[in-house]
Design a protein around this ligand. Structure first.
Ligand code: F6R
Length: 610
């Protein structure tokens, strides 16, 4: 949520900042800006709109400075207009900051500063922080002390970088609740809100922890807490290549990521599935093996798409391991005064590893004594670091705002977990072998669905101007119905609802008429006949049925208006396949409607605010 980039070194900062902002634009894209020192002053150029629009504004400018900061914004306080764009400056205009997060006590701070005669020019909480830092700098004449003092009085969250015209050899970065990663090059540092802005310059990075700050000069870097206690940074090597964050010939990141799924699904289980032994090896869980053996209940939590993956996980774990599983939105769990026992295992699922609600749920569960695990994509992210143990999904950077490959990789890991827990209990090696062997065949099956993209595009184009879509599925495919509906609404802005198919008659059926497309997930499984009856009910009301069905199913062909076939697989594993056509359906509908698929309105990747 919001992208931050800062640079200090020997290269010209401006092109590097703009490049970094383009890489980070998926995190927020309603306005963008930069601050650069030039001829003894800070130059702030910012505007509502995209980074490309900012770049056009800067096209005639040539700042030679080798230090600067930039920001691409997802509005929290104040609408997305020029004056609310970052960077924000203090009253002297000589100190600039870029900031992610929310300053919760900004109103109190602002009132105090106004009493002291300071004025404000934006509606943002960030400007209040900039002016506060400036006021303390006037008092102390020491920038580092001013930043530390301000941050210790601030309530809320921040990932920020401070630049001052008085100190053209100094950047100060700090974090509480909003990620900051610092890339280390030869006599240069790149500060960013995520590693995608860094990887083309260096792979050597470290992450700030909460309430930690970094003081960066061209000749070195110090880290300390905001209470002035020195800390030592833990260096990491970034694991992904530049090509993972480029479109690679695809028109959109989302489409590229949909097509990466045969590979990413395989990467998620590579080296972990022991097919011959009918077992699973999850090195990240070794330290909590005892707790997992003794667990009497699992609570899976997450938000959005990750929550949908959790729902599939609930079916799988209960079926294969026979442990009761509860699934709860992280945003609800954190505030619900939940009953948690020491032998409960809470599992937080998150692509970014930074989602504020999920992170808060992790902290709450830890406070209450539960063992807390993470199923996370971004290595080194907050949730990965704060959980007791966990499993990375290894999907590589997901840039498309609508999550696709992370979902199927989360499913891969959840199935591994279900097998792992199952084998600790009653699941036979033969059953586990059968599932493991089929997991190995899934990538080819995903590929064969991707080959049907044209068929799916034709269907999407026929219904792209519908006002509503209904998605129905049963059992393990009910969460897929929810996920299909979420994909449709977030990128095409068509209203869509997902329901368990049998619930249709308890209300949603009232919506069905000849204008209502209904996507029905109806693979050949034990509930097939039941779902077929729902299809009949939809037809009787002249609704348009788009069926996701098993290849060769002639019965459904006779009933549905359109059939998107998926290869046969084990009934339990069908969600991994049925979700693929739904991702493509949403994608093609959005493109047909002229929507900006990679930057859907009002959304941003990685929701680091409540
Ligand atoms: C939907 C989507 C969101 C995220 C949700 C959780 O396409 O991307 O619903 O799934 O914001 O994000 P993570 O998984 O990063 O915690």
């Amino acid at each position: 949520m919001c992208g931050i980039v800062g640079y200090i070194g020997h290269r010209r900062a401006l092109p590097l900042l703009l490049n970094g902002l383009k890489r980070l634009e998926y995190r927020g894209y309603d306005s963008a800006g930069i601050a650069i020192p030039h001829e003894g002053k800070l130059h702030i150029v910012k505007r509502a709109g995209t980074v490309a629009q900012l770049e056009a504004l800067l096209s005639l400018t040539d700042f030679p400075a080798t230090i600067g900061i930039g920001h691409t914004r997802w509005a929290t306080h104040g609408e997305p207009i020029d004056r609310n764009a970052h960077p924000h400056v203090d009253s002297s205009g000589r100190i600039a900051i870029v900031h992610n997060g929310i300053i919760e006590n900004y109103a109190t701070l602002k009132a105090k500063l106004q009493q002291d005669g300071y004025t404000f020019h934006s509606d943002t909480d960030t400007e209040v922080l900039a002016v506060f830092i400036g006021a303390l700098y006037e008092q102390y004449g020491n920038l580092e002390l001013a930043v530390r003092t301000a941050l210790s009085e601030v309530q809320g969250t921040f990932g920020l970088v401070v630049l001052s015209a008085d100190h053209p050899d100094l950047l100060i970065a700090a974090r509480r609740g909003s990620p900051i990663v610092i890339g280390i090059g030869e006599n240069e540092y790149i500060v960013a809100s995520d590693a995608t802005a860094i990887v083309e310059y260096t792979r050597s990075v470290f992450y700030l922890t909460d309430d930690e700050m970094a003081i960066l000069t061209r000749s070195g870097c110090r880290t300390k807490t905001i209470d002035d206690v020195p800390t030592s940074a833990q260096l990491l090597e970034l694991e992904f290549d530049l090509e993972r964050i480029e479109k690679g010939g695809f028109p959109h990141f989302m489409l590229k990521e949909i097509y990466e799924q045969p590979q990413t699904f395989r990467d998620a289980h590579r080296g972990r599935l022991l097919v011959q032994e009918g077992n699973v090896k999850l090195g990240g869980l070794r330290s909590v093996e005892k707790q997992l053996r003794q667990a009497r209940r699992l609570i899976l939590t997450g938000c959005g798409t990750s929550w949908h993956a959790a729902l599939v996980g609930e079916y799988w774990i209960e079926e294969l391991a026979r442990i009761p599983v509860e699934v709860e939105y992280a945003s609800e769990l954190r505030y619900r005064n939940p009953v948690l026992y020491p032998d409960d295992i809470v599992i937080a699922i998150s692509q970014s590893g930074e989602t504020a609600d999920t992170l808060a749920a992790v902290r709450e569960a830890k406070l209450r004594g539960a063992t807390v695990l993470g199923i996370v994509n971004v290595v080194g992210s907050s949730i990965a670091r704060e959980t007791h143990a966990g499993v990375y999904i290894h999907a590589g950077p997901e840039i498309g705002v609508a999550s696709t490959k992370a979902f199927t990789s989360q499913l891969a890991v959840l199935m591994l977990l279900a097998l792992y827990l199952g084998r600790m209990r009653h699941l036979s090696a033969t059953q586990a072998q059968e599932i493991a062997a089929e997991m190995l065949r899934i990538p080819e099956k995903i590929r064969s669905i991707l080959e049907r993209s044209e068929l799916i595009r034709d269907i999407a184009c026929q219904y792209a101007h519908a006002q509503h879509f209904l998605y129905l599925g049963r059992g393990v495919n009910f969460p897929v119905a929810l996920e299909g509906a979420l994909k449709m609404k977030e990128i095409s802005y068509i209203h869509a609802e997902g329901y368990p198919a049998a619930e249709m008659k308890h209300g949603p059926i009232a919506l069905i008429d000849e204008n209502m497309p209904v996507v029905v997930i109806v693979p050949r499984d034990e509930l097939y006949e039941k779902v077929l009856s729902n299809v009949e009910e939809i037809r009787a009301r002249r609704g348009k049925v788009i069926a996701i069905a098993t290849e060769g199913d002639t019965e459904i062909e006779a009933l549905a208006n359109h059939v998107i076939p998926i290869p046969e697989t084990l009934p339990l594993l069908t969600p991994i396949l049925t979700v693929i056509p739904l991702q493509l359906l949403a994608y093609h509908a959005a493109v047909e409607r002229g929507c900006n698929v990679d930057m859907p309105r009002n959304l941003a990747k990685s929701v680091t605010v409540e």
